[in-house]
Design a protein around this ligand. Structure first.
Ligand code: PRP
Ligand code: ZN
Ligand code: MG
Length: 210
């Protein structure tokens, strides 16, 4: 049996479950159960926080996972990637209050920026030659400017509606992301064969979607 980790609730959850279902794999899911065995394929699904997925797969607690490249690269685990999946596309962007004057990324010199992605942000700022103070918070980042925690934020943007609802405007794109399938380094021969079968089905679904 192969163990797959997916996001419990969030942007990737529905897309991940839909992919598994479209592969013809059946399972019973309830929002309270954090682990389920598929009924017609040797797969067990774990429902986890997305941020925890690369670590679990790296440690082999889960054999494979579906996670955003944003989380994967932030945690320095991109070497676990098997392939990109083409869904849950989004970007990591810098945003400032709608009313703020903004001309270029240099305006962020000496400013406070709130984010859940300190590594991706730091790499970008360094490349741009900007020195700012990064405040790492784990969620509700978009609230930071309105409560005086920071002058800018760096967070995931998909439709852009969270930014608009919080009076922010996107000013720079830091990183482009989509869902990726990841796998642990030491898979047994048996599990590797199950993964090959799963990949075969995933590719068929992807072809049918085009
Ligand atoms: C991201 C981000 C916003 C939202 C933006 O969260 O933190 O909350 O998506 O989407 P929108 O542009 O369509 O409004 P994500 O789903 O990545 O989950 P997490 O930060 O809770 O892990
Ligand atoms: Zn998260
Ligand atoms: Mg969020």
């Amino acid at each position: 049996m192969l163990r797959l980790a997916i996001q419990k609730s969030g942007r990737l959850s529905d897309d991940s479950l839909n992919l598994i279902r479209e592969c013809g794999i059946s399972f019973i899911s309830s929002s309270l159960k954090l682990k389920t065995e598929c009924t017609n394929f040797p797969l067990e699904i774990l429902f986890l926080r997305d941020d925890d997925i690369p670590g679990y797969v790296a440690d082999g607690v889960a054999d494979i996972g579906i996670v955003g490249e944003n989380v994967l690269v932030e945690e320095g685990k991109q070497e676990l990637t098997v392939e990109k999946l083409g869904f849950s596309k989004c970007r990591l962007s810098l945003a400032v209050p709608k009313s703020a004057e903004y001309n270029s990324v240099q305006d962020l010199n000496g400013k406070n920026i709130a984010t859940s992605y300190p590594n991706l942000l730091q790499a970008y700022l360094q490349e741009q030659g900007v020195k700012a103070n990064i405040h790492t918070i784990s969620g509700s980042v978009e609230i930071a400017p309105s409560i005086g925690l920071a002058e800018a934020i760096c967070d995931i943007v998909s439709s852009g509606s969270t930014l608009i609802s919080n009076g922010l405007k996107e000013v720079e794109r830091v990183f482009k992301s989509e869902a990726a399938l990841i796998a642990t380094k030491e898979l047994s021969e048996e599990k590797r064969e199950i993964l090959e079968k799963l990949l075969f089905r995933i590719h068929a679904v992807q072809r049918a979607r085009k």
